[in-house]
Design a protein around this ligand. Structure first.
Ligand SMILES: C[S@@+](CC[C@H](N)C(=O)[O-])C[C@H]1O[C@@H](n2cnc3c(N)ncnc32)[C@H](O)[C@@H]1O
Length: 253
């Protein structure tokens, strides 16, 4: 995901939560990074993980940055929370530099139907999330309407063995809080039974939807007072807080 991002790039993560992805990206790319989220509690945890990144309150529909600020604007598992997606893509287009790129990481209908272990042990989550998540075709149409070019998508996946189901018991995945309690308890009992025979094979999949702001879109002239302030910090050689969770599983979504 950091392809095309270098030390001089400016990157914004929208809906960064506790910083899982922007912290990992900054530790690799070493470029100026910003993360916004409406949740003060999430931002407070994110700030504990990196002082190199500027974390500030904000919502996707109203990006509080000057026009032409960023080389990359991305979000992970956020787009289904955004009520006015036309406004978000319009704002993202505005704050991108000409030639800058947007990346929306989400779940396609196919991914939702084939989630392992969620769809297998909690099949009720499929209908819940098909209702919540926008279709990729709708996102592409909106992006195209706003003026994004070079719209393309790719899927990444990673297999892992689940040995600890505590995040499922804790309903860390929001769709588990939206199904009937009886269905939730049935799924947990089935996971516990499966674990007695060994780790549960799982696959984490994401769809990445990319777009670019045309190079023909003129950026405003540089103005020292209107550009985001680049963090004035020494960047450490490594960022331990970007380490994967102890279960080996991806962060709950
Ligand atoms: C499932 S979490 C994903 C967090 C992070 N991107 C990650 O993958 O670890 C969804 C995040 O979207 C944020 N969010 C909800 N509505 C939002 C909006 N309108 N604009 C920006 N972020 C929003 C929530 O506060 C939450 O942190």
């Amino acid at each position: 995901m950091v392809s095309g991002v270098g030390r001089v790039s400016a990157v914004l993560e929208v809906g960064c939560g506790t910083g899982n992805y922007i912290v990992a990206l900054e530790s690799v790319a070493r470029c100026p990074c910003w993360g916004i989220d409406p949740s003060a509690a999430m931002l407070s945890r994110a700030r504990e993980r990196s002082s190199n990144i500027i974390f500030q309150p904000g919502e996707a529909e109203n990006l509080d940055f000057p026009t032409g600020s960023f080389d990359l604007v991305f979000s992970v598992d956020v787009v289904h929370h955004i009520k006015n997606r036309v406004q978000y893509f319009s704002e993202a287009h505005r704050v991108l530099k000409s030639g800058g790129r947007i990346c929306t990481v989400t779940d396609s209908e196919w991914i939702i139907r084939h989630r392992q272990p969620l769809a297998a042990y909690f099949p009720e989550t499929v209908a819940v999330d098909l209702e919540r998540y926008p279709r990729v075709a709708e996102l592409r149409d909106t992006m195209s309407h706003i003026g994004f070019k070079d719209i393309l998508e790719n899927t990444v996946e990673r297999s892992y063995q689940l040995t600890d189901i505590q995040v499922y018991r804790d309903k860390a995945f929001s769709c588990l809080r939206l199904i009937p309690e009886e269905a939730f308890q049935t799924g947990i009992a089935q996971m516990e039974q499966a674990l007695r025979s060994g780790p549960i094979p799982c696959v984490s999949r994401y769809l990445l939807l990319w777009g670019a702001k045309s190079r023909a879109c003129a950026d405003p002239p540089p103005c020292p007072h209107s550009q985001p302030v680049v963090p004035d910090v020494d960047r450490p050689a490594a960022c331990a807080s970007a380490a994967a969770p102890s279960t080996g599983a991806p962060p709950p979504r």
